[in-house]
Design a binder for this molecule. Structure first.
Ligand SMILES: Nc1ncnc2c1ncn2[C@@H]1O[C@H](COP(=O)(O)OP(=O)(O)OP(=O)(O)O)[C@@H](O)[C@H]1O
Ligand SMILES: [Mg+2]
Length: 236
C-alpha cells in the first residue's frame, strides 16, 4: 500500500525514468533513463536546450503524465501504486504547479483563484479566504486580492499563480519557465520571491528554465540533453 499522510526528507526520487511519445509509426524518446533524487529544501534549476525533456520530466513528477518505464516516488509515495483518485489527491495535496502562462481562471478574482485548490480539498470558506489573503500578502499582492487576472500585470498574475501553488502547503513546487513570458525586471521580482520562499520557508523548488538568473539563485543545476541528465551540479 502507498503511504499517505507522511512527509519525507526526499521530495523526488526517480529511477531510470523513460517517457516515449508514439506518433504514428515513430516513437520519440523524450526521457531516456533519468535518475534523480531531490531532497526537501532544494532549489533545483532544470536546464538544457529546447526539446531536451524538461517539461516532460516536470509532468511526470507532477503526476499529470505517466512514465513509460522506471520508478518515481514523490514525497515518499510510489506513483506506480496509486489509483487515478489517489493520483489526483497527491496532485492536490503535495504538489504545487506554476506554468509559464499562469493559467488563472479569468472570471475569478486573485483571491478566488488562490482558493480553488483549497476548495477541492474541502477547506471551509472562512479558512480558505484567510489563507488566500495571507498567501497574496506573502507574494506582495494584498491590495490586489479582489482584482481579476485581466486587471493585473503579467508579473502580478505569475505571483497569483505562485500563491495558488502554495495553497495546500505542498511538499514540492514545480515551475515551468515561470519567467519565460516576463520582462527582465519583473522576472527578477519573481526570482527574488522564489528564492525567499526557498530560503525562509524551505519550499522545495524544481524549475524548468532557460533563465540564467534563476540558475544563479538555485542550489543545484540539473542539465538535461536528449532526455538524459548530462550534468548535475550543486552550488555552494
Ligand atoms: N505530447 C507530446 N507528443 C509527442 N511528442 C512530445 C509531446 N510532448 C513533448 N514531445 C517531444 O518530447 C521531447 C521533449 O519535449 P519537452 O517539452 O519535454 O522539452 P523541453 O525541454 O521542455 O523544451 P522547451 O525548452 O522548448 O520547453 C521533444 O522532442 C518534444 O517534441
Ligand atoms: Mg518545456
Amino acid at each position: 500500500m502507498p503511504e499517505i499522510g507522511n512527509t519525507h526528507q526526499v521530495a523526488v526520487q526517480a529511477e531510470n525514468l523513460h517517457k516515449s511519445y508514439v506518433l504514428g509509426a515513430t516513437a520519440i524518446g523524450a526521457l531516456r533513463g533519468v535518475d534523480l533524487v531531490v531532497q526537501r529544501g532544494e532549489f533545483v534549476a532544470l536546464m538544457g536546450p529546447s526539446g531536451c525533456g524538461k517539461t516532460t520530466l516536470l509532468n511526470l513528477i507532477g503526476a499529470t503524465d505517466l512514465p513509460s518505464r522506471g520508478r518515481l516516488r514523490v514525497d515518499g509515495v510510489d506513483l506506480a501504486g496509486l489509483s487515478d483518485d489517489q493520483l489526483a489527491d497527491l496532485r492536490r495535496d503535495r504538489i504545487g504547479i506554476v506554468f509559464q502562462f499562469y493559467n488563472l481562471i479569468p472570471t475569478l478574482t486573485a483571491r478566488e483563484n488562490v482558493e480553488i485548490p483549497m476548495q477541492f480539498k474541502g477547506t471551509g470558506g472562512a479558512e480558505r479566504r484567510r489563507r488566500a489573503l495571507s498567501l497574496l500578502e506573502r507574494v506582495g499582492l494584498k491590495d490586489r486580492a479582489e482584482h481579476k487576472p485581466a486587471e493585473l500585470s503579467g508579473g502580478e498574475q505569475q505571483r497569483v499563480s505562485i500563491a495558488r501553488s502554495l495553497a495546500n502547503q505542498p511538499a514540492l513546487v514545480l515551475l515551468d519557465e515561470p519567467t519565460g513570458d516576463l520582462d527582465s525586471a519583473t522576472g527578477s521580482d519573481i526570482i527574488a520571491l522564489l528564492r525567499d520562499l526557498n530560503k525562509r520557508e524551505r519550499v522545495t523548488l524544481v524549475i524548468a528554465t532557460h533563465d540564467a538568473s534563476i540558475a544563479e539563485q538555485s542550489s543545484r543545476i540539473v542539465r538535461l540533453r536528449d532526455g538524459r541528465i548530462e550534468n548535475d551540479t550543486w552550488i555552494a
